[in-house]
Design a protein around this ligand. Structure first.
Ligand code: GDP
Length: 368
């Protein structure tokens, strides 16, 4: 693109390459006299919000702006990727403002799991990250479960003030806001507008509340440690579960390995025979083999039998890096950021994980 084109809605520079990123407009939009980015287009024509991503600096800047305001912070996380969607260090930037923690995508967790157990687990996790939320809610923005309850909690906890909804991209923030807009029937005349975040080029979306206060939808931030950045859009559909995840139980012996597509691998290096419970998308192919054959298998079959990634994506796929874990007492989850987790127990057992460079693996108290 030669000359810079500016969105006449929010002032951001227009680009036509990366959908979902700041300033995207389809190439056909450039033919119009007045060019606006896709985000502003949707807001204007469909009264529909769409999340876009900020750079890390802009995001911190935005959070800093929140710390000087008196408002309720509504922090949305993805329950299927709790750690990957957490936004670490956020509490340092939100000042003394109360934080309502909302776990979205509850529909993906097995139905048999008690909701209270998930809420208590979220409180414990939040505490480990240094955050003490005023309350914790569960919802599925997509199915509608818990959405009204969450809206009610926001209304009570904001105490007559404003509320800011924050979260990293893909947690379902736009789905949630759009659901609220539909439920509350925000019509054309109710004027959803945008306001500027000082120091950034991006706007927040302001949704008027009955008492004259505002619910602000803030832009998200991309979480770089997730697997999602390494696969194509087509493969994202495979690794992002769309339906309730059915756990798969493997009884593994020492020196056995599980491949999660060709994206990651887990070796049971040492320990008594035990169960490995995999919580990942039902569409993802899991392959079990002997550890001694695993390297060769990967060299020969990555991109085909072990996919995603496909042959094309494999060319730019980072090499897998190994990390060793000694299991503590109790049940733990080994979490592959953006892919899911494996629940294991067996104090003293040794496990090795192999993930592409840059993707995080963490160990946490088991969610169930
Ligand atoms: P945002 O980037 O935070 O605004 O996220 P979106 O609202 O665009 O949602 C990201 C993806 O998650 C989309 O594919 C949604 O369909 C999906 N999604 C959002 N909410 C839910 C939910 O409650 N359950 C499930 N299963 N998927 C959801």
């Amino acid at each position: 693109m030669g000359e810079k084109i500016i969105c006449s809605g929010c002032g951001v520079e227009i680009q036509t390459e990366n959908e979902g990123e700041t300033g995207y407009a389809p190439p056909s939009a450039l033919k119009r006299d007045i060019v606006i980015c896709q985000r502003c287009f949707r807001l204007k024509h469909y009264n529909e919000v769409q999340d876009v991503s900020l750079t890390d600096d802009d995001f911190l800047n935005m959070l800093n702006q929140l710390s000087v305001k008196k408002a309720l912070i509504v922090k949305v996380v993805d329950l299927f990727d709790f750690d990957g969607s957490w936004l670490e260090g956020m509490h340092r930037f939100t000042g003394g403002n109360p934080v309502l923690l909302v776990g979205n995508k509850i529909d993906l967790l097995p139905k048999s799991v008690k909701r209270n157990k998930v809420i208590n687990w979220m409180r414990r996790q939040a505490k480990e990250y240094g955050l003490k939320p005023v309350d914790v809610m569960l919802m599925s923005a997509e199915s509608g479960e818990g959405v009204m309850e969450t809206a009610k909690a926001i209304d009570e906890l904001r105490n007559g003030g404003d509320a800011y909804v924050v979260g990293c991209t893909n947690v379902g923030k736009s789905t949630f806001i759009n659901k609220l807009l539909k439920e509350f029937g925000a019509g054309e005349e109710e004027m959803i507008t945008t306001s500027n975040i000082p120091g950034t080029t991006l706007d927040m979306i302001d949704i008027p509340l009955e008492d004259g206060k505002t619910l602000y939808d803030t832009p998200g931030i991309i979480n770089h440690h997730q697997m999602a950045h390494l696969v194509s859009k087509k493969d994202l559909k495979i690794i992002n579960p769309r339906k309730e995840v059915k756990p798969i139980i493997f009884q593994l012996e020492e020196a056995q390995t599980l491949f999660f597509g060709g994206l990651s691998r887990m070796d049971f290096k040492e320990g008594q025979k035990q169960s490995f419970i995999v919580y990942m998308s039902n569409e993802l192919h899991i392959h079990r083999t002997k550890t001694e054959k695993a390297d060769e298998l990967y060299d020969k079959h990555a991109g085909e039998m072990l996919s995603p990634p496909d042959v094309e994506d494999l060319k730019s796929f980072p090499p897998l890096q190994m990390k060793e874990w000694k299991l503590p007492s109790g049940k733990v989850d080994i979490v592959f950021s953006g892919l899911g987790w494996v629940t294991v127990s067996g104090e003293g057992s040794v496990i090795r994980t192999h993930v592409p460079e840059g993707v995080h693996v963490t160990m946490r108290d088991s969610i169930f």
